[in-house]
Design a protein around this ligand. Sequence first.
Ligand SMILES: [Zn+2]
Length: 346
Amino acid sequence: MRKLKLIFVLPVLAFLACSEDPVSDEIETGNEPQTQTKTSNQSNTEVAFPDEVGTKEDIYYTGLKLPVENVNGNYVYQGDILIPRSKTSKSPVQLIYEKGKAPHQKSVGRTKAYWPDNTVYYEIDGSLPDKNRVYDAISHWEANTNIQFVKRSGQSNYVYFTPGSGCSSYVGMIGGKQNITLASGCTTGSTIHEIGHAVGLWHEQSRVDRDNHITIHWDNIQSGREYNFETYASAGYDGDEFTTNLDFGSIMLYSPYSFSSNGEPTITRKDGSLYGAQRSGLSSGDIEGVNSMYPSGGDGGSANYINGEYYTIEGLTVLRYMDEWWYDTRFGWRKVKLVNGSWEWA
Ligand SMILES: [Zn+2]
């Protein structure tokens, strides 16, 4: 159902970062009256490795080509999104398998992107400073959405809150232990943002329709970081969203000065004005999207698929028709089925 779709497609709600850059920037430009806004905005852009610049690589993940930054072997997408390297490939991978071929050879795709039963299991690294950031962020999520967070007791799929050089998270449930890293500068708001990634949200400013609402100032972006501002359409996602407009209140939205090379904004409203990127909590638009993904009383696993609707599942866009799954080959429609996380001809 919709929740599957959104994981892949739904850049509706999107991003945060708490790099150390804002600090140094504040020192350098502290005498300028407008610095206040600038630094506060910058602190609202989460990054995984604020002090390191990796090399740009194109990789394939869930059947899509993504530009990532390789930082010491970690694949980072859009600043703070981690891509599980073991599930990527350097070249396109055929996602449809003939009957009898071993689906486990598939090198891309998630096992399951959503958290079944609206439940996220978690553990907190004993060495993580200020654990209340995590407890407060979890309380905020539970108070505003249908998702519950349960301390892990042996479950194999879980989020692990652990110290790191910056703030970062994977998108959706990737299977197994998945880290959310929180440097000491990552606030409760940044933690809420990173949990947003973990439950399946991408970044708001990468919505397919974002150009109707914001202007990207490419000349102000740090050289080599331009790919952080691509839309999800350019990666091949279908661009479906859970809300109808870009949400300037989303906690998943980059701040106007994200990845600025010159202190000038990289993102403004269409009229050139700035906006405030907030990290205090989920917006009503965030909540609307998340509740579509994880409906009340819902079991994230047993979706109610609608005949005639397209869904993108495990990297493949398939049509639900007559309660069967169909795939549009170049030679016509063929029936397919999902077996252990891989699509096969039915
Ligand atoms: Zn983010």
